[in-house]
Design a protein around this ligand. Structure first.
Ligand SMILES: *[C@@H]1O[C@H](CO)[C@@H](O)[C@H](O)[C@H]1NC(C)=O
Ligand SMILES: *[C@@H]1O[C@H](CO)[C@@H](O)[C@H](O)[C@H]1NC(C)=O
Ligand SMILES: *[C@@H]1O[C@H](CO)[C@@H](O)[C@H](O)[C@H]1NC(C)=O
Length: 446
């Protein structure tokens, strides 16, 4: 109650009713505390958030195949609800409870975080570990499996040795380096539509884990630029690499490197480039390899299209296009989350029920609205550097770039050059668990 009174006082002092209403919603919903300072949301900010939500709701009802977006109390809060006749089929293995039919999301959180992803690098580099305070002692150790025996990299040489095969000096890819990208999931739905040719038309294709291409090309295409691997698949690195000997697919490992993997890379040998992913934190609303693959794609591509995720109503089992069904997790929540992403203009969904390649996603907020809503969201969420026009304002750590050159394919698109100009050639890395979502930035030496 005290908090509430405090918020009212601020709102009254600022003399803006819009802010009053706004604070009100915020207290109940987000539990943000107002002890320190008032958040100065301008009328324009409030309007942007309101417009975003209205447009978003229209978008979900136009494209969500029955999904509906209901307003919560604050401008950020939406509940995505499935039609009441939807039969949930997934049970939480711990509680035995069926999955629910409605899911709460915070649009502000999503806009602020995903827009940041688009300008960040999601590949772990030596430069990052060097620049991170205590990077080698604490962080590096966490990216090495059985790190506990390494005594937190007290022996840095040993840790560097273990990471050396997957640690480029500087990021191998830049934001917007690829034009159009497709992220291909493993859903059995892929066999319902022949998306192969369409998929091969993208500039880059991101696949997941051990998803095969051979014998399925009609459905999944042949192109494969990147492959994102979870812990289990990374253990069978030799098998994954064997499948793709003809290409030089780049392998991105989500978790950690371990000795067996190092040995395999050296001895098989595996010639594909291999990197570790450095991801942003989205909290529990968004996890899983599929989402990480989208995150990676969004950090290097202008546009991202999604195939082979179970996103149509009436999913039956956890089928994969190449094997028996297996244990999945929270399918309805996932579907709602992807719909949110589509209606924030981040991705375009393709599925058997949305098979027309020219399908227009209606009511996607335009870039201007996203920009305004993102700035308002950053202020509201008290993100580092919120509301400043300086592209480096989100950097909570700034260091000089490593003097060693990046090994990078320099077929630079104009979109990359433009972005580099805007960002003053800064490399931005997400900092995990940083409360204000501040970034670690490296800037050119001169
Ligand atoms: C640190 O690790 C390296 C590489 O394994 C090893 O050669 C060296 O002896 C170790 N140093 C110490 C102080 O243990
Ligand atoms: C593809 O199909 C052929 C013939 O059915 C089979 O011999 C081969 O093992 C299959 N390849 C894969 C990777 O499944
Ligand atoms: C990302 O970069 C673009 C320019 O390429 C800029 O317009 C946009 O505001 C940036 N987004 C964030 C979150 O900094």
């Amino acid at each position: 109650m005290k908090l509430l009174r405090f918020a009212f006082a601020i709102a009254l002092a600022s003399g803006l009713t819009a802010i009053l209403i706004y604070f009100n919603g915020l207290i109940y919903i987000n539990g943000v505390s107002f002890q320190n300072a008032a958040i100065h949301l301008s009328d324009k900010d409030v309007e942007a958030l309101r417009n975003l939500r209205t447009t978003f709701q229209k978008c979900v009802s136009a494209n969500g195949l029955g999904l509906e977006a209901l307003s919560g109390r604050g401008y950020c809060d939406v509940t995505l609800r499935f039609p009441s006749d939807t039969l949930p089929k997934w049970k939480d293995p711990k509680t035995g409870e069926l999955e629910g039919l409605s899911f709460e999301f915070n649009l502000c959180e999503a806009v602020a975080t995903w827009e940041q992803v688009r300008n960040s690098t999601t590949i772990l580099t030596r430069e990052f570990i060097d620049a991170l305070p205590n990077g080698w002692k604490e962080y590096a150790w966490r990216r090495i499996n059985k790190g506990i025996l390494l005594n937190q990299c007290a022996n840095r040489t040993l840790c560097e040795e273990k990471l050396s095969l997957v640690l480029p000096e500087r990021p191998p890819y830049l934001p917007r380096q690829f034009g159009s990208c497709a992220v291909i999931g493993n859903s059995g739905d892929l066999l319902k539509t022949k998306f192969g040719k369409e998929i091969d038309g993208y500039d880059a294709v991101v696949r997941e884990n051990g998803a095969p291409i051979q014998n399925f090309t009609e459905y999944v295409g042949t192109k494969s630029t990147f492959r994102l691997l979870n812990r289990g698949s990374a253990k069978a690195l030799d098998k994954v690499a064997e499948l793709y000997e003809r290409g030089k697919e780049v392998l991105i490992i989500k978790t950690t490197i371990h000795d067996i993997m190092n040995k395999m890379i050296r001895e098989v040998p595996i010639l594909n480039p291999i990197y570790l992913m450095l991801g942003a934190s989205f909290g529990s609303a968004a996890k899983g390899t599929g989402l990480k693959a989208l995150e990676f794609a969004l950090s290097i591509c202008d546009s991202v299209d999604m195939y082979g995720f179970t996103v149509d109503p009436g999913y039956k089992e956890w089928t994969r296009y190449f094997s028996e069904s297996r244990q999945g997790h929270t399918p309805l929540q996932g579907r709602a989350y992807y719909q949110m992403m589509e209606c924030l203009g981040l991705i375009r969904i393709h599925s058997p029920m949305r098979a027309n390649p020219n399908r227009a996603v209606k009511w996607v907020p335009d870039r201007r609205l996203i920009l305004a809503a993102r700035i308002a969201s950053e202020k509201l969420l008290r993100r580092v550097g919120a509301g400043s026009g300086d592209p480096l304002s989100g950097c909570s750590i700034i260091k000089k770039q490593s003097s060693r050159k990046a090994t990078r394919d320099l077929s630079i698109r104009s979109a990359v050059i433009e972005h580099q100009k805007y960002a003053k050639a800064t490399t931005m890395y997400p900092l995990e668990h940083n409360p204000g979502h501040g970034l670690l930035c490296t800037v050119p030496r001169d």
